[in-house]
Ligand binder design. Structure first.
Ligand SMILES: [Cu+2]
Length: 122
């Protein structure tokens, strides 16, 4: 192996270490309401997604997929805690999915699907 190649390998190893450090700043979902596969009562449902780091609430997204597969973009509150996506909607009983997309302050986007069920109020 030439000296030049050896320097190349060291440089690549250094970039990988840097990349894994940056990855820890991604917004990772740590708690949610509704919970994953959870159940909530029909009516006005508050939705709170909590992340491990601050997010850009103006450029994060929350899409509600209804029982009929209809898609609704929910408005994200901008006066909530800086590590949360807070939103709400009036929901009838059925199976729903919240498809979230969070932009962390390091510029990286994370996404996920959170299915949950709405049941009739007792
Ligand atoms: Cu990141």
């Amino acid at each position: 192996m030439s000296l030049r190649h050896r320097f190349g390998s060291i440089l690549i190893a250094g970039l990988c270490a840097f990349a894994s450090m940056a990855a820890s700043a991604h917004a990772i979902l740590v708690a949610s309401s509704p919970k994953l596969n959870g159940t909530v009562a029909a009516g006005h449902v508050q939705m709170v997604f909590k992340y491990n780091s601050k997010i850009d609430q103006h450029r994060s997204r929350m899409l509600l997929i209804g029982p009929d597969k209809s898609e609704t973009v929910l408005t994200i509150a901008t006066d909530s805690k800086s590590n949360e996506i807070d939103t709400s909607a009036d929901l009838a009983p059925g199976s729903y999915t919240l498809r979230w997309q969070a932009l962390a302050l390091d510029g990286h986007i994370t996404r996920g699907d959170l299915p949950f069920t709405v049941v009739a109020k007792q």
